[in-house]
Design a protein around this ligand. Structure first.
Ligand code: HEC
Ligand code: HEC
Ligand code: HEC
Ligand code: HEC
Length: 175
């Protein structure tokens, strides 16, 4: 009995020790950002994302091009294929351990570019850019895009940051 509770205690110390060391920024999904980032006066980023190419990235994995590619390469279903969904879905490219409920179907969403939002998502942190950057927010750059916009994609097109960023722009007009 004593032995059992000792092991239990040791387990607790180990778990809490681990939590102190790990910087756990987790992925929360676009609907959590929508609460604050969908007002027309500040740029309705959620609606812009939803109307853009990234929100439709999972749908492309069942279009004719994907079906033909899958047939040629013995892929049963591109929407379940790890080597496709890692770029076509935020949830498909992260470890289960940092997934706080984001779904594959969401496609490429906010956090693939802006970083995992579980810690920076509060108003107090979001309003302070330095704090947000310490809390998981990622500065935009062409390197962020090139995690996916690269030649590993079978349908890669030459990538130009300025041109591509303009196509998905969602600025805050109030700033
Ligand atoms: C509780 C409200 C709230 C939530 C939830 C929230 N934000 Fe924000 N966010 C703000 C506020 C307020 C600002 C500061 C004003 C601004 O820049 O729009 C901000 C700023 C930003 C900025 C600009 C940072 C800069 O200064 O360059 C980005 C990018 C951003 N948020 C992304 C996100 C993403 C992605 C999510 C979801 C993971 C999210 N936010 C969730 C309120 C929120
Ligand atoms: C997690 C992977 C990922 C990241 C990161 C990413 N993209 Fe994409 N992007 C995609 C996928 C997948 C598509 C194809 C969507 C579709 O049509 O199915 C795409 C499509 C696009 C398109 C449409 C291209 C066309 O042919 O019309 C633009 C523009 C674009 N991305 C811009 C960007 C920019 C700018 C960044 C960085 C700020 C970026 N992307 C970061 C995966 C990503
Ligand atoms: C390295 C990241 C990456 C991988 C891996 C990847 N894709 Fe993509 N995919 C992209 C990006 C980025 C685009 C958008 C390219 C552009 O338009 O500039 C894209 C575009 C596409 C398109 C074109 C959308 C359209 O119809 O115009 C299809 C289809 C597609 N991918 C299918 C697949 C399939 C099937 C797999 C797995 C065998 C796969 N992709 C693996 C990143 C990737
Ligand atoms: C494909 C990458 C990508 C995705 C997906 C994406 N963003 Fe952005 N976002 C950018 C880039 C690039 C900028 C412009 C550069 C910057 O402000 O850092 C930006 C800027 C912003 C800003 C600052 C606007 C300003 O003018 O102050 C906010 C807020 C924001 N994004 C929120 C979101 C939210 C919320 C989502 C999801 C609903 C989202 N973004 C999805 C790449 C992305």
């Amino acid at each position: 009995m004593l032995k059992k509770s000792m092991i239990f205690l040791l387990g607790l110390v180990f778990i809490s020790g681990g939590a102190l060391v790990a910087q756990d920024f987790e992925y929360i999904g676009a609907t959590k950002c929508k609460m604050c980032h969908n007002k027309p006066a500040t740029g309705e980023q959620y609606n812009k994302w939803l109307a853009g190419p990234h929100a439709k990235a999972m749908a492309s994995l069942s279009n004719e091009k994907s079906k033909a590619y899958a047939k040629e390469h013995n892929i049963a279903d591109p929407t379940k294929e790890a080597s496709c969904i890692k770029c076509h879905s935020t949830a498909g490219g992260i470890d289960a351990g940092v997934n706080l409920g984001i779904k594959i179907e969401e496609g490429v969403s906010c956090e693939s570019c802006h970083g995992p939002g579980s810690v920076y998502k509060t108003n107090v942190i979001m309003k302070d850019k330095a704090k947000a950057l310490q809390s998981g927010l990622v500065e935009q750059s062409k390197e962020v895009c090139e995690k996916c916009h690269n030649k590993e994609n079978p349908f890669h097109k030459p990538f130009n940051y300025a041109e591509y960023a303009a196509k998905i722009a969602h600025p805050n007009p109030a700033k």
